[in-house]
Design a binder for this molecule. Structure first.
Ligand code: NAD
Ligand code: IPM
Ligand code: MN
Length: 355
């Protein structure tokens, strides 16, 4: 029996609701096999901050680091809550984990499967993956405010781009492209305006591309990429891009792939020095929290990505097969929209037997 130590951070809002279903599906898919999950739950997020004033205590971060993987729900309080004015849950918790655990490859697949209605009228075949740089760019936190609160206030937010950081994510994206049949990689930036970072990205992409003659490489400015993603998403296979562009493009991709409730992600530390972290692309959705209205599919598919990463791709495939048959309508949906738990039940009911 292999025991896998899993850190679970359900978080805020719909986070705990969707993670509950992901955990049920994980238990069901691993049932009868020789893998056992040993879970530790960490109560972190806006709610914890409001109770104790903690964002990510050092001892808890060290404890999380002792796990093989992290399953993360979503964090963030109700926007505008005055009590959270001094908190920075997103930077102090989520980004701190991504940065400190060196999650440099933020992998966000987008595939439109039968039965799912895209936001687009004529989406065509959609099956691409965005590899978003996860540790630098405009997210680095390099900036500040001078003379805050005065008419002379100056705010800077400086994008940090290192050759080291770019090269490792670009190499990762080429590997992903090598593993896929279409062998196409689109790198997305804004080289016409962000000329400094753009030139470094270009130099590195071209150098790495030379080592991958079998991969067709093209470039798009990020604004144009949003046009192509909406007008002809089938043209994309693998996209590699900067942290902020990747954030924005993957919410758009979520909508194209049938809704943000289906969009999964992995924050990968490919070197294996730190635990990788798997989470839905969406946030804590305070507008629907506590009502059993959240779609847990994104969290369930994130759990499947986690199994792939842990060397259990056959079980990840079984989860994806169950989700696909659920989405294709194999599950009786009745008239009313399904509750979060009902979607979990349906996916479990569709799990194929172990091969
Ligand atoms: P959001 O993703 O939480 O919600 C955007 C919209 O999508 C809302 O209308 C919401 O109801 C809907 N939605 C999201 N997930 C859904 C699901 N599973 N099923 C059905 N509908 C779903 O984004 P937001 O409103 O910009 O952010 C809310 C809070 O979450 C903020 O505090 C933000 O910082 C935080 N956030 C956290 C993460 C994360 O933890 N990874 C990601 C994004 C946003
Ligand atoms: C995401 C979120 C996060 C991001 C926020 C909450 C820090 O939007 O995971 O896409 O910007 O990366
Ligand atoms: Mn986002």
């Amino acid at each position: 029996t292999r025991t896998i130590k899993l850190a679970v951070i359900p978080g805020d809002g719909i986070g705990p609701e969707v993670i509950e279903q992901a955990n049920r599906v994980l238990d069901a898919v691993l049932d009868g096999g020789d893998v056992v999950l040993e879970r530790t739950e960490f109560k972190l997020g806006a709610e914890r901050f409001l109770e104790t004033g903690d964002t990510l205590p050092e001892a808890e971060q060290a404890a999380i680091a002792e796990h093989e993987a992290i399953l993360f729900g979503a964090v963030g309080g109700v926007p505008g809550d005055p009590r959270l004015k001094t908190a920075n849950i997103e930077r102090g918790l989520l980004l701190k984990l991504r940065f400190d655990f060196d999650h440099y490859a933020n992998v966000r697949p987008c595939a439109l499967v039968p039965g799912v209605v895209s936001t687009l009228a004529n989406p065509g075949e959609v099956d691409f993956v965005v590899v978003r740089e996860g540790t630098e760019g405009p997210y680095a936190g390099n900036g500040g405010r001078l003379r805050p609160g005065t008419p002379a206030e100056v705010a800077t937010e400086v994008s940090v781009n290192t050759a080291y950081g770019i090269e490792r994510v670009v190499r990762y994206a080429f590997q992903v492209a090598e593993s896929r049949p279409r062998k196409t990689l689109t790198w997305v930036h804004k080289t016409n305006v962000l000329v400094h970072a753009g030139a470094t990205w270009q130099r590195i992409v071209e150098a790495v591309a030379a080592e991958h003659p079998g991969i067709a490489v093209d470039y798009m400015h990020v604004d144009a990429a949003t046009i192509h993603m909406v007008q002809n998403p089938s043209r994309f296979d693998v996209i590699v891009t900067d942290n902020l562009f990747g954030d924005i493009l993957t919410d758009l991709a979520g909508a194209i792939g049938g809704g943000i409730g289906l969009a999964a992600s992995g924050n990968i530390n490919p070197d294996g020095t730190f635990p990788s972290m798997f989470e839905p692309v969406h946030g804590s959705a305070p507008d629907i929290a506590g009502k059993q209205l959240a779609d847990p599919t994104a969290a369930i598919l994130s759990a499947a990505l986690m199994l792939d990463h842990l060397g259990l791709a056959a079980d990840g495939d079984r989860i994806r097969a169950a989700v696909r048959s659920d989405l294709a309508g194999a599950t009786d949906r009745g008239d009313a929209p399904r509750s979060t738990t009902a979607v979990g039940d349906a996916v479990i009911a569709q799990l194929p037997a172990r091969a």
